[in-house]
Ligand binder design. Structure first.
Ligand SMILES: [Mg+2]
Length: 383
């Protein structure tokens, strides 16, 4: 199964798709992307393909993973690990297709019949958030994620903390006690504010708080954990088992959130999940990306015993209606019911990509970047 060709497609809204092709005509897809750095990752994939992977046997996934990671003196970080991630996904897709089996089967087989998912609540104002939360519960979601706050200074007066609490309180009132609420801080608050906010959120029994401190400041998690009963989560900005290692060693973490398109792909996400299991930590895979990333993530989520809940980044109810739908031959494979997705049972990643649609939409000159946020005094804030 010799790899003879590849193509990269930067497509709306902000995704990058990789197509690998073998000499016997098999095609495998991956999603190597860092949001806002599509072109940088694209270059990284080009370098790996031309300097190493073209001409190799696609079946030797672990050896290729080691060569792509360990074979390079400089390694790790979002760009290189996301490039490896997308390639790894495409290799698993190829392997699954060559055996006529879903990737989950090759990883040891499913440990569950359904995969619980959560959806993100948009909206800035408290009433908008409540309305969206209600709508999502009405279509069957039993877990929701909300942003806690916009830009925050290192310390804030009581009104700013009260606003965070009011948002969460309102959502809890709307959804009732049967629904799980995830509160994402996106590293926007300092450790000093995190202490205040976490203890106040205990009253609303949230499922976990996400990135209560920046990934650069994870040494503060154990102290934070010792002050609150709210479970703590992080991991979407960690890129390998070695990035996760100190998190497990120090303790203070309840849930890890590796992203299958950032943390070295299917191979590495499974290893991180296994490490988490040994530390009594659950896995809630992050996935605010496209259909290939979600399919890859679901293949792992079907297998790992310590799965908590799976993220997804586009509408899946009643079937993908957003941009994802544009790229899939049959979007009904994302089969959502009562807060769960069915495992994908088709060969490889379990989705069929419409190549012509991908090629056509890749003609746009996208170059998506996030905004740079600034505080009132003009200094740069966390986005
Ligand atoms: Mg997040």
């Amino acid at each position: 199964m010799k790899i003879v060709d590849y193509e990269l497609f930067e497509v709306p809204p902000r995704w990058l798709f990789l197509k690998l092709e073998t000499a016997d005509g098999l095609i495998g897809w991956g999603e190597p992307i860092v949001e806002g750095r599509a072109r940088t990752v694209r270059t990284a994939v080009d370098e790996i393909m031309s300097s190493y992977l073209l001409g190799k046997n696609a079946h030797h996934i672990e050896d290729h993973w080691q060569a792509m990671y360990r074979g390079s003196f400089y390694r790790g970080g979002p760009v290189l690990m996301s490039a490896i991630a997308g390639i790894d996904q495409a290799l698993w897709d190829l392997k699954g297709r060559s055996f006529g089996a879903p990737v989950s089967e090759l990883l040891g087989g499913k440990t569950r019949e359904r995969i619980r998912v959560y959806q993100w609540i948009g909206g800035d104002r408290v009433d908008e958030i409540g309305t969206e939360a209600k709508q999502l519960c009405d279509v069957g979601y039993t877990a929701l994620k909300m942003d806690a706050a916009n830009q925050m200074r290192h310390l804030e007066p009581p009104a700013a903390v009260s606003e965070i609490i009011a948002r969460v309180e309102h959502v809890r009132e709307v959804v009732g006690p049967e629904v799980d609420i995830v509160v994402d801080f996106r590293g926007r608050i300092s450790k000093s504010l995190a202490k205040r906010v976490a203890s106040e959120l205990e009253a609303f029994d949230v499922m976990f708080i996400e990135e209560p401190v920046l990934p650069e400041n994870l040494e503060h998690l154990p102290a934070l954990a010792s002050r609150t009963t709210v479970p703590l989560a992080t991991g979407e900005r960690l890129y390998s088992r070695w990035d996760f290692k100190p998190l497990f060693e120090r303790g203070g973490i309840d849930v890890v959130q590796p992203d299958v398109s950032h943390a070295g792909g299917i191979s590495e996400m499974l290893r991180i999940a296994n490490m988490a299991e040994a530390h009594d930590v659950a896995v809630a895979p992050n996935c605010p990306l496209g259909p290939i990333a979600l399919a890859a993530s679901l293949q792992v989520s079907a297998v790992v015993p310590n799965l908590l809940v799976q993220d997804h980044g586009f509408d899946i109810y009643p079937a993908p209606k957003s941009a994802a739908d544009n790229y899939l031959a049959d979007s009904s494979v994302f089969d959502f019911e009562n807060g769960y997705l069915s495992p994908l049972e088709g060969p490889g990643l379990g989705i069929e990509i419409e190549q012509d649609a991908v090629r056509e939409r890749a003609q746009q000159n996208l170059n998506w970047h996030n905004q740079v946020w600034r505080h009132e005094d003009g200094s740069v804030a966390e986005w």
